[in-house]
Design a protein around this ligand. Structure first.
Ligand code: NAD
Ligand code: MG
Ligand code: MG
Ligand code: MG
Ligand code: MG
Length: 340
């Protein structure tokens, strides 16, 4: 059984006694900064010159500085810039300005696990990774709850890295739900695998194939959209609440029987073997290298694949249909339909 932590296992006063710099004000950065501030922590947001996020952070009453200035003053530096730029920001703006004995906090283990950032041995290096998008991390905190976090310590130079990590996790609201003890390696490899094989890659491809199969067979795209995409949310909500068993309890016996006999015809043992190959590329660093090399070249492959995805025929059908759903409330993010 995994080791779990709750609010009572953490001492909030540890992080309240530190100066914290949060580098990046995106999905996670805004949520961590605001939750820390509301937990009584002294926070400065570190941003690039001319960052579009500056006004947003200042409008929330947060202190904003250049990354270098925020880091110079900080006991704890939280690195929440995009994974592909972290090593550059670290090398150029964070490392040269770090206080001796400072602590680094990551929201994902990518740069440590694959060696893109190699912190000096005198630093504490910890991870507090919420298992949910940043906008939910903020919303749950405001509502008095929290998104579960996983917590790890990679370097414990001070001997006090664990209490610091747990104090931080408590301050962002994570321990109101639960903290799970992990390692940078386990978090990084399982996070990449989950998003590639199941949550993002697997689901996107499954939905697109389902839509293509129905429309190529002559069914109306609008009806196909409802059956293979729209209803997915309702099914996932049931799985989230009570596992696959609750989902099967809620659907008709017809649907449940179809699940048993057709699921394994669609998702065959080859798919599991393919998942194993994806995991092997994650573990070997081959995926990380491909991603970072493409990013360093200006992301040509990434941009081409993004455009191809946006042009899939299911997308315009969904855009038109969603205009009719006044009852589908958008989540409170900055996403604007048709802009990504
Ligand atoms: P994001 O893309 O939403 O935001 C990153 C922010 O970094 C930008 O808004 C910008 O303010 C800043 N930034 C960009 N380039 C910069 C630079 N050169 N110097 C300084 N700041 C710069 O990022 P995110 O999705 O919040 O991801 C941040 C970290 O959190 C990553 O390690 C990611 O893996 C992890 N994480 C994200 C989520 C999520 O919900 N998105 C969930 C768990 C973990
Ligand atoms: Mg994840
Ligand atoms: Mg991830
Ligand atoms: Mg149906
Ligand atoms: Mg049933």
């Amino acid at each position: 059984m995994a080791e779990l932590f709750y609010d009572d296992d953490a001492d909030l006063s540890i992080i309240q006694s530190k100066k914290v710099a949060v580098v990046g004000y995106g999905s996670q950065g805004h949520a961590h900064s605001l939750n820390l501030r509301d937990s009584g922590v002294d926070v400065t947001v570190g941003l690039r010159e001319g960052s579009a996020s500056r006004a947003k952070a200042e409008n929330q009453g947060l202190k904003v500085a250049s990354v270098a200035d925020a880091v110079r003053d900080a006991d704890v530096v939280v690195i929440l810039a995009p994974d592909q730029v972290q090593r550059i920001v670290y090398r150029e703006e964070i490392e040269p300005n770090l206080k001796d004995g400072a602590a680094l906090v990551f929201g994902h283990g990518f740069n440590i696990r694959f060696g893109y950032i190699k912190p000096a041995p005198g630093l504490d290096v910890v991870m507090v990774a919420p298992k949910g998008p940043g906008h939910l991390v903020r919303r749950e905190y405001v509502d008095g709850r929290g998104v579960p976090v996983i917590v790890a310590v990679e370097q414990d130079a001070s001997g006090a890295a664990w209490p610091l990590a747990l104090s931080y996790a408590k301050a962002i609201g994570g321990l109101r739900a639960a903290g799970i003890k992990t390692t940078f390696t386990e978090e990084t490899e399982t996070d990449l695998f989950g998003e590639q094989a199941v949550l993002c890659g697997g689901v996107s491809q499954l939905v697109q194939y389902g839509f293509e199969t129905l429309t190529e067979a002559g069914y109306q795209p609008e009806v196909a959209y409802f059956e293979v995409l729209h209803e997915l949310k309702l099914i996932v909500d049931l799985i989230f609440e009570g596992g696959i068993t609750k989902q099967r309890w809620s659907v008709s016996d017809t649907a449940e029987y179809g699940d048993y006999v057709s699921g394994p015809r669609v998702i065959t043992p080859d798919v599991k073997a393919n998942m194993g190959a994806v995991l092997a590329d994650i573990q070997s660093g081959a995926f990380a290298e491909r991603f970072i090399n493409d990013q360093d070249a200006g992301a040509p492959e990434f941009k081409e694949l993004r455009e191809k995805g946006q042009n899939h025929p299911i997308e315009p059908v969904g855009r038109e249909l969603r205009k009719l759903f006044a009852w589908v409330k958008p989540s409170d993010s900055d996403y604007v339909e048709g802009s990504a």
